[in-house]
Design a protein around this ligand. Structure first.
Ligand code: SAH
Length: 341
C-alpha cells in the first residue's frame, strides 16, 4: 500500500498521473493530510470514484494512543503509540517558554547498543517511515489541541541509521503547505555515524545537529558506545569540524555524566581541549538511571565542576533541564516496560 502521508505534493502528483488523474488533485490531498485527515472518505473535494481508487491502493498512516502519561510537574506528555503493524513507539510532547516541542522516535528499537540507553533493551525492530515520523507530531497536536513549534529527533532510534526516511520527513515537515515547521527549530541527534554526518552536511539544512559524545576520548567512549569501535573519536571530531565548516551551523554535543565513568576533572579538561575553539555547545545531562543499566548519575557538585572546567576553555555549556521527571519521560523506558508486561 502506498502511504500518501510519506509523499510530497509533487510525488503525489506523479502517482496520480500514473493512475490517470489530474495533477491539481495532489495539492488537495496534501492539504487534507496536513490538516490531520487520515480517512480518505472524508476528503470531500475529491470525487467518490477517486476516493474509492485511492482507498484500494493507499493508506494515510494514523497512530493509535496505547498509553499516555501527563507530568503533574510541567505538563510534559509522553505517548506510547501503536502503528499499523502493531509496533509500539514513544513520543514526548514538551512545553517550553518559546513553544511546544515534540521529541520523536525514528526507529522501532535501536541497533546502536549504547550501554546507558534503554532504547535497545528489546532489540531493533524496524525503521520508521517518513509518514510515521510525521504522524507522531500530528497525533500529539491532535491530542493536545496545541500547535508545535519545534521538533527534536531524540526519541528511540538512530536517525542517521534511517537516513533516507529521516531526510524525507524533514522535507515533509517544513513544506509551506504542510506543517511548515522551520528547520531552525529542528534538532537531529546522532551517536556519530561519521559517513552520514558528511552526507548530511552536503544537504546544507538549517537544522541543529546534536552529537552524542559522552566521552573525552576513545577509551572511555568505547566502554559505553559500540559505534566508537566503528568510527574513532578523532574521525568523529574531524567530521564535526567539517560539518561546521560546510553548514556554518553550531554543533551541540550531548554529554551524559555517569559517576566514575566519564565525569572526572581530568575528563573535563580533556574534553575542553578537544572542543576548544570549535563552534559548539555542550549539553551536560546527569545520566538518567535506567534500572536495567546500573549507572549512577554524577553528583550535583561534580556536574558544577565539570561545567566550570569547560567554561574555563570558553566552551558554552548548559546542564539539561529535566522535563517530565515524574513520568519516566526518557527515551525507551516506556516501550521497554510495555514489552515486559
Ligand atoms: N540515537 C540518537 C538519538 C536518540 S537518544 C543519539 O544517540 O543521539 C537521545 C539522547 O539521549 C542521546 O544523546 C543519548 O545518548 C541520550 N541518552 C540515552 N540514554 C540516556 C540516559 N540513560 N541518560 C542520559 N542520556 C541518555
Amino acid at each position: 500500500m502506498t502511504d500518501l502521508k510519506s509523499m510530497l505534493p509533487e510525488e503525489i502528483q506523479e502517482y496520480l498521473a500514473g493512475i490517470g488523474e489530474k495533477p491539481f488533485r495532489a495539492k488537495q490531498i496534501f492539504r487534507w493530510i496536513s490538516a490531520g485527515e487520515t480517512d480518505i472518505d472524508n476528503m470531500t473535494d475529491l470525487s467518490v470514484s477517486l476516493r474509492e481508487k485511492l482507498k484500494s491502493e493507499c493508506t494515510v498512516t494514523r497512530a493509535k494512543i496505547v498509553s499516555k502519561l501527563v507530568s503533574k510537574i510541567d505538563g510534559t506528555v509522553k505517548y506510547l503509540f501503536e502503528l499499523a503493524d502493531g509496533e509500539k513507539i514513544e513520543t514526548v510532547f514538551m512545553r517550553y517558554k518559546y513553544g511546544n516541542t515534540v521529541c520523536i522516535s525514528t526507529q522501532a528499537g535501536c541497533r546502536m547498543g549504547c550501554t546507558f540507553c534503554a532504547s535497545h533493551i528489546n532489540g531493533f525492530r524496524r525503521h520508521l517511515t517518513p509518514a510515521e515520523m510525521l504522524e507522531q507530531v500530528m497525533a500529539a497536536m491532535r491530542d493536545t489541541g496545541e500547535k508545535v513549534k519545534g521538533i527534536v529527533l531524540m526519541g528511540i532510534g538512530e536517525p542517521l541509521d534511517n537516513y533516507d526516511n529521516v531526510l524525507q520527513f524533514l522535507r515533509l515537515v517544513h513544506h509551506p503547505e504542510g506543517l511548515n515547521i522551520s528547520h531552525r527549530h529542528i534538532s537531529l541527534s546522532t551517536c556519530g555515524l561519521v559517513d552520514k554526518i558528511d552526507m548530511l552536511a552536503k544537504e546544507k539544512l538549517q537544522i541543529t545537529l546534536s552529537v552524542s559524545l559522552h566521552a573525552p576520548n576513545d577509551d572511555i567512549r568505547r566502554q559505553t558506545m559500540p559505534i566508537a569501535k566503528r568510527f574513532s573519536y578523532e574521525t568523529l571530531i574531524d567530521a564535526c569540524k567539517r560539518y561546521i565548516e560546510v553548514t556554518n551551523r553550531r554543533i551541540s554535543f550531548e554529554y551524559a555524566l555517569i559517576s566514575g565513568v566519564n565525569d572526572s576533572d581530568k575528563d573535563a579538561h580533556q574534553l575542553g581541549k578537544v572542543l576548544s575553539g570549535m563552534l559548539c555547545h555542550v549539553n551536560l545531562i546527569p545520566v538518567n538511571e535506567v534500572k536495567e543499566r546500573g549507572y549512577k548519575k554524577s553528583t550535583r557538585e561534580q556536574v558544577a565542576r565539570f561545567t566550570e572546567i569547560l567554561n574555563s576553555y570558553k566552551i558554552n555549556t548548559t546542564v539539561r533541564r529535566k522535563l517530565g521527571g515524574d513520568i519516566n519521560a526518557s527515551c525507551g523506558q516506556l516501550r521497554a516496560e510495555h514489552r515486559e508486561e
